[in-house]
Design a protein around this ligand. Structure first.
Ligand code: ZN
Length: 151
């Protein structure tokens, strides 16, 4: 995957926006089910994603970003989800945390592959930096998964 800097930044902004949207949904869902601790985790993740999106956008400045196809950055649902069972599945904090973790891993792998394959030095530098941030997100979700009872 070799991108120009604007293409790469467009993906990064879209990934962060998608993460912020999904974390907000998860936070609301946990709050509705009185799991305030895990709701707070997801609210923090929403804020981090928004901050990161804004930082990237500030870097972008006046550069026009290309439009992306949604499948290139949308979060993937686990196969267990779907229909009404999907809702029950996600009510469990453990499953919601795992779902978030899988998508953080995808983001981390995406950034790592860009860092490894890009020929643009600035893209490689930023992709490495973003991959490290995603690694931290995975680690903080892991910490919460350990504390959360398995359904
Ligand atoms: Zn992340």
């Amino acid at each position: 995957m070799t991108y120009t800097l604007p293409e790469f930044l467009a993906h990064a902004v879209a990934l962060e926006q998608e993460a912020a949207d999904r974390y907000l949904e998860l936070a609301d869902m946990m709050e509705a089910h009185r799991n305030d601790a895990v709701s707070a985790v997801f609210r923090d993740m929403t804020r981090f994603s928004e901050l990161h999106r804004d930082e990237i956008q500030a870097r972008v400045g006046k550069v026009e970003l290309p439009k992306l196809k949604s499948w290139e950055y949308r979060w993937r649902s686990p196969p267990e989800m779907g229909g009404e069972e999907g809702f029950d599945y996600m009510i469990e904090a453990y499953n919601a945390l795992q779902y978030a973790r899988e998508n953080e891993i995808r983001a981390m792998q995406y950034y790592r592959s860009v860092a490894a394959e890009s020929t643009d030095e600035e893209v490689r530098r930023l992709a490495t930096e973003f991959a490290n941030e995603e690694t931290e997100h995975v680690a903080s979700l892991d910490k919460w998964i350990e504390l959360t009872p398995r359904p």
